[in-house]
Design a protein around this ligand. Structure first.
Ligand code: N7H
Length: 509
């Protein structure tokens, strides 16, 4: 109910003004050659990746550089096997590239204000240890990132050569801060990707309708939820930035389908949310140990893994708790075709507040609405995750028993990246209404057990994790924080025509 109630004002806002266009289904042929590749694929075969933060030093030279860069951008129509390159801009970057004020004003507020505004901090729960003042990039105490180069390569040496040659070609732009490096954590036994706590990751993603991949209807989502210019789950075009026709004298941009005499700057673009999330692996497993010791203080490794799995909603192999409630079953590691409404409405298999149940409640938001209505609402709050871990793993084996006992000092975590067409209705909604909501699904003082704000708005404690069970629920209290925000920003990843348009801008008088 909470989701539906909160979705309504957002929906009204989304439908207002000149963006209010009902779309024909023929609009949905995806222009893959104009969409940047990362929006539609995670480049899993390109094992090495890094993100290079840039600042604009000379607008004119930077625009020329962009025109050359546009020729090197990997589009969604190709499946790169050697290297791939994508690029995205913050609002400050678009300003310094010379976009005029009227065009800038057509971007949504969430993007224009950025991730560190007072509003965003409240919505995202970025205070205390997570306050932007403490960030290593993207915060008020570090130089603003304006452009992000996203580089992939088949291996580390190739990535080094590739990023090196890109840097040598910089003109009008300069790197600020460190390159953000990544690591692909694979389980050596199965080859599957893992994250630092030891759980299999990158299993559940929405399938973009029209891309040709088939999957369960419940996971197939309209392209307009992720890519601007296509019908979304309301069968409408998502709010998008536009440009007056006279400001596109070379005719680089497509007409806006609203026929309102403007050009569509957003078409084939998407919003990229970046959060650098440090993971304190030691504290995570220490807590599982402390919370599961028996009456005389003996550790119980099995109980630790079980509690951690209840928090995630999947076992370390990836097997979903809703299908494997009592013990891990690696055969179900890839399973993603499930809901909660029929099999687990009360959360006795997968707790109501588990990470995957909060971030994608599937068909179980509100039992009174029924699964179909719930699924339809849920599809308006999906995100496409494209991030990668960073920092050395605590154990190269990536086996839970080794991770639990290894020396866990060091900086490691997740470069969380996700795409969405509407930051407010998708990423921010998930973060505020599901992850950080102590009252989610009828709970009382629980936020997401992995990444939730333990002190929402600094006015209440929400550090409990509840396992619904018979005859009585079990509550684990005093959850510490073990995921910390270290940086972040909202970016716009334009379509490739728009990239050329940005390169063609003239200096503002
Ligand atoms: Fe989460 N983790 O290690 O436990 N996440 N996540 N996440 N996450 C998922 O189903 C993790 C974060 C989502 O469709 C899995 O693919 C960690 C943020 C969504 O059923 C695991 C961090 C946000 C899903 C983790 C982190 C999300 C998901 C299971 C931070 C959004 C899919 C693998 C350090 C704002 C849910 C899988 C579904 C799954 C972990 C962050 C969202 C293992 C460690 C910030 C939508």
């Amino acid at each position: 109910m909470v989701a539906e109630a909160l979705a309504k004002p957002l929906r009204r806002r989304m439908l207002s003004g000149r963006q209010r266009v009902r779309m024909e289904s023929t609009m949905s042929d995806l222009e893959l050659k104009d969409i940047q590749g990362l929006v539609v694929r995670g480049y899993g075969s390109l094992e090495a990746a890094c993100y290079i933060p840039l600042q604009i030093q000379d607008g004119e030279a930077a625009r020329h550089w962009l025109v050359t860069l546009a020729d090197q951008i990997t589009n969604a129509d190709t499946r790169p096997t050697h290297t791939a390159l994508n690029v995205a801009f913050t609002h400050a970057g678009l300003v310094d590239l010379g976009l005029d004020a009227e065009t800038l004003a057509s971007f949504p507020n969430e993007f224009s204000e950025g991730m560190t505004s007072e509003r965003s901090r409240l919505v995202l729960g970025d205070h205390g240890e997570n306050a932007p003042e403490k960030w290593v990039w993207g915060g008020p105490n570090t130089p603003p990132v304006q452009i992000l180069l996203i580089c992939f390569a088949v291996d580390e040496p190739t990535l080094e050569t590739f990023s090196g040659s890109l840097s040598r070609g910089f003109s009008g732009v300069a790197q600020i801060g460190e390159t953000l490096t990544t690591i692909l954590l694979r389980d050596p036994q199965t080859g599957y990707s893992k994250e630092h706590f030891g759980f299999r990751d990158a299993i559940s993603e929405p399938l973009i309708e029209g891309l040709g991949k088939s999957g369960p209807p419940a996971t197939t989502v309209k392209a307009g939820e992720f890519i601007l210019g296509y019908p979304n789950e309301y069968d409408l075009l998502t709010e998008r930035p536009t440009v007056r026709v006279e400001r596109d004298s070379q005719g680089l941009l497509p007409d806006d389908p609203s026929e309102s005499g403007v050009r569509d700057l957003g078409r084939n673009g998407s919003y990229l949310v970046f959060r650098q999330l440090h993971q304190d692996v030691g504290r995570f497993w220490q807590f599982q140990d402390d919370a599961t010791k028996d009456a005389v203080g003996n550790s119980d490794p099995e109980a630790q893994v079980r509690l951690a799995a209840k928090m995630v909603g999947r076992w370390p192999s990836g097997a979903p708790l809703v299908r494997a409630a009592d013990q891990d079953n690696p055969e179900l590691g890839q399973e993603n075709d499930f809901g909660y409404h029929d099999t687990d409405p009360l959360g006795r298999r997968c707790p109501l507040g588990a990470h995957i149940r909060r971030t994608n409640p599937r068909d179980s938001l509100d039992p009174n609405l029924g699964p179909q209505k719930t699924l339809a609402i849920n599809k308006r709050h999906r995100i496409l995750r494209r991030g990668r871990p960073y920092g050395d793993p605590v154990s190269a084996s990536m086996q839970i028993e080794d991770i639990m006992s290894a020396d866990r000092s060091g900086d490691r975590g997740l470069h969380f990246i996700c795409f969405n067409a509407n930051i407010g209705r998708q990423f921010e909604f998930v973060q505020q209404t599901w992850i950080n909501n102590p009252k989610f699904a009828g709970l009382y003082e629980d936020t997401d057990p992995l990444i939730g704000d333990r002190d929402p708005r600094g006015i209440m404690h929400a550090n409990v994790f509840t396992e619904q069970a018979m005859p009585a629920r079990r509550r684990v209290t005093d959850l510490p924080q073990y995921v910390f925000v270290r940086g972040g920003a909202y970016f716009f990843m334009p379509g490739i025509r728009t990239l050329r348009y940005l390169g063609s801008l003239k200096a503002l008088p």
